[in-house]
Design a protein around this ligand. Structure first.
Ligand code: GLA
Length: 704
């Protein structure tokens, strides 16, 4: 490109007023291309319900009540001497949900919620990274230090995580120490005491142990570099942070990152406590057939049939109550049908399932049509545009995932801005969205923070419009030319013998949307001369390969940090060796970050390290500009999802989003859901039984 051209274009763009976005030095190369803009405004699509906004203290508190109640059939176990009285099973100060925050008030006991999922359980060892099949089953079983799902209804100015296993906390004067008070006297579903031993096992033998990674990938840096944790006594723990008052980490202590397992059971199989045990054996020591795995959640597993069903029954030791002292949950049973994600939509709409997060646009039209009928068994309400997809290139050139020479050559391309720009110009995001569903749903997504977060700033968002011509020119600039005339660009002669560039794109076959988007991307890349091979795998396998860095590109649905910013903020950039989706430490433990990634990391660390609202806004503007300008990932499409829930359920909070701080299965507060007596179904599969903990009298329900 002749130099005069660049100067002319620069002047031209300057005259057009685009200078603010374009003058950073990293962008000079692109001035010759179609000028980037801000992203197009999404079509108007209003959320159908809005939450009633409250403060954290309006939702719950911890206090002793004068008396407690339980379902009659549970009382029968007590009367038979198989279970201690309810007041002895509850903590000194149980969590009390306030009636004023319950949409339909105090509930009645009984009935079941029937879930349908497309995932499959690997086992119950969440701490060692095993999935239980998703769809909120792990959310029903595990409880975490703090909780964030219900925060969609908390006023922005009072936003902070809900207390949970940690019932309260205070910061030291200098802001480096955080003392947390655990619920006192609570018990696991088998009656074993819950205390700081469970917390310390999780910290020392899961988080700090590099051989063990919990399901959602938490690593020490999730809680800040250099952070330490110690037990002060059975119900007090103390965090020490290098940063000053990093309230951000309270969000990291919620779902996915700090949900301890039952140390009294896990220790017996963990290599640090069991002679000769391997980490693999530990991970697999609690297969799905292992029933009655102790939980702190409202329900515990009592039945499993492969490719058929998982049944959970109420946890008689659950530590949450309503204001009348009724031990929660109200629902006695929870079923998980092992089917497909698309079937979850179909069954929820038809009434044979009770709940779905309508998140695959391919089902939108049919679901809307059926739900509009007067006799429809379920309610359907759309929320904000919080579902988005991106492709993340593997940016490690120092060995993460141990690539072969072709893989290594692709990593080098991924690290080349011209190459990333070529791909982004080659994507027709409008067409990708329209191929999923027509109508005002999807909108092109440039990547970076999503529009529903208050930190989103359109002016700081760099969007490269679709241009096949620019894409091709940039591939050439990156040294990729179709030397053999087969329609696909080749590596330069000295790399990979000048072979066709072949890039594998990891994705999952669990969802039609993932498959449709992947196929669309492959076709669009073909048009610019880039050959992409789809590696479509079952979700569990995809996740394992992704965690291990065994991919060139990975196409996936995004997580909540891009929607909330305050949640899992560290995950927005490669802030730690094991944190980023696309860039983890190489074989020698170091991270070969590109300069723009360093800038992203600085913005994120700055955000975590300050409480100043103005500063935080500016830092996120920087983050957004740097990440979208340099194309940290290729955003594809964003759209709203709808919550479908059977009309017989009461206490469904208005405006529960399918995904914001967490999935709806957390946001809904399922332990408060109930079914009015006259509408209760007879769908319980194990009526009048409890998880077969020792001494309760009814042993494990057999699985075949
Ligand atoms: C899966 C589903 C989501 C949600 C989550 C909960 O990812 O696709 O809709 O149910 O599980 O973990």
């Amino acid at each position: 490109m002749p130099v005069q051209w660049e100067v002319l274009l620069r002047k031209h763009i300057h005259a057009l007023g685009g200078a603010g976005l374009l003058l950073s030095s990293s962008m000079v190369a692109v001035l010759a291309q179609t000028a980037p803009t801000t992203p197009p405004d999404p079509p108007q699509f209003d959320a159908q319900q809005v939450p009633t906004f409250v403060g954290v203290g309006d939702i719950l508190e911890f206090r002793t009540l004068p008396e407690y109640h339980e379902p009659d059939y549970v009382k029968a176990f007590v009367d038979a001497g198989a279970l201690p009285p309810v007041e002895e099973r509850l903590p000194v100060e149980p969590m009390v949900y306030k009636t004023s925050n319950m949409p339909d008030g105090i509930g009645t006991y009984g009935d079941v919620i029937r879930h349908v999922i497309g995932g499959r359980p690997e086992g119950w060892n969440y701490s060692a990274g095993q999935t239980q099949g998703w769809g909120g089953i792990d959310i029903a079983l595990s409880e975490c230090l703090t909780r964030t799902g219900p925060l969609f209804q908390v006023r922005a100015e009072e936003l902070e995580p809900l207390p949970n296993l940690a019932k309260s906390w205070e910061w030291s004067e200098d802001g480096h120490e955080l003392t947390m008070h655990l619920i006192e006297g609570a018990k696991w579903s088998d009656g074993d005491p819950f205390d700081s031993e469970d917390i310390m096992f999780y910290w020392n033998d899961v988080i700090l142990n590099p051989q063990v990674t919990p399901l959602n990938g938490a690593s020490p840096e999730t809680f800040g570099t250099g952070t330490t944790l110690e037990a002060v006594d059975a119900y007090t723990i103390k965090w020490t942070f290098q940063e000053e008052r990093p309230t951000q980490y309270l969000y990291s202590m919620a779902y996915g990152n700090f949900c301890p397992g039952p140390s009294h059971i896990l220790k017996s199989e963990h290599p640090s406590y069991k002679d000769g045990a391997t980490y693999d054996q530990f991970r697999n020591a609690f297969p799905p057939e292992y029933l009655n795995m102790p939980t702190m959640g409202g329900w515990a597993p009592v039945e499993y049939r492969a490719d058929d069903i998982i049944v959970l029954r109420r946890n008689p030791y659950y530590w949450k109550v309503d204001e009348n002292g009724n031990q929660l949950p109200y629902l006695d049973e929870m079923q998980y049908r092992l089917s497909t994600w698309a079937d979850r939509d179909v069954q929820a709409v038809a009434g044979s399932g009770d709940l779905s997060n309508l998140e695959q646009p391919e089902s939108f039209v049919e679901a809307l049509r059926r739900s509009a009928e007067e006799t429809a068994p379920a309610r359907l309400a759309f929320g904000a545009r919080t579902i988005s997809y991106s492709i993340y290139p593997n940016l490690s050139a120092n060995g993460w995932g141990e690539p072969d020479s072709r893989g290594q050559a692709v990593r080098e391309l991924n690290r080349n801005l011209d190459f990333r720009l070529a791909v982004t110009y080659g994507l027709n995001r409008q067409a990708l969205g329209e191929a999923l569903v027509r109508g005002p749903f999807t909108s092109p997504y440039p990547g970076g923070l999503m529009s529903p977060t208050s930190y989103y700033d359109k002016e700081s968002t760099v969007y490269y419009p679709h241009s096949v011509e620019d894409a091709k020119a940039l591939l050439e600039k990156a040294g990729l030319i179709d030397t053999d005339g087969n329609g696909f660009v080749n590596f330069p002669a000295d790399i990979e013998g000048g072979a066709d560039v072949q890039i594998t794109m990891l994705g999952t076959s669990d969802y039609q949307t993932d498959k449709s988007l992947a196929e669309g991307v492959v076709a669009q890349m073909e048009q610019i001369g880039l050959r992409i091979l789809l590696q479509s795998q079952a979700g569990n396998q995809r996740d394992a390969n992704e965690q291990a860095g065994k991919f060139d590109w990975t196409l996936r649905r995004n997580d909540s940090e891009l929607i909330t910013v305050v949640q899992n903020t560290q995950n927005l950039a490669p802030t730690g060796p094991q944190i980023s989706r696309g860039h983890r430490a190489g074989t020698d433990g170091t991270q070969d970050l590109l300069p723009f990634e360093e800038e992203m990391v600085a913005a994120v660390n700055g955000f975590v390290g300050t409480a100043d609202p103005e500063e935080r806004i500016e830092l996120m503007k920087t983050y957004q500009r740097v990440s979208t300008e340099n194309v940290y990932g290729w955003g594809l499409t964003q759209y709203p999802g709808a919550l479908i829930i059977n009309k017989r359920f009461a206490n469904v909070p208005a405006g529960t989003p399918i995904l914001q701080f967490n999935w709806a299965e957390d946001g809904l507060i399922r332990e408060r859901l109930f079914v009015p007596e006259d509408q209760q179904s007879t769908a319980e599969l194990h009526p009048d039984t409890l998880p077969g903990a020792p001494g309760i009298g009814n042993g494990p329900v057999s699985s075949n």
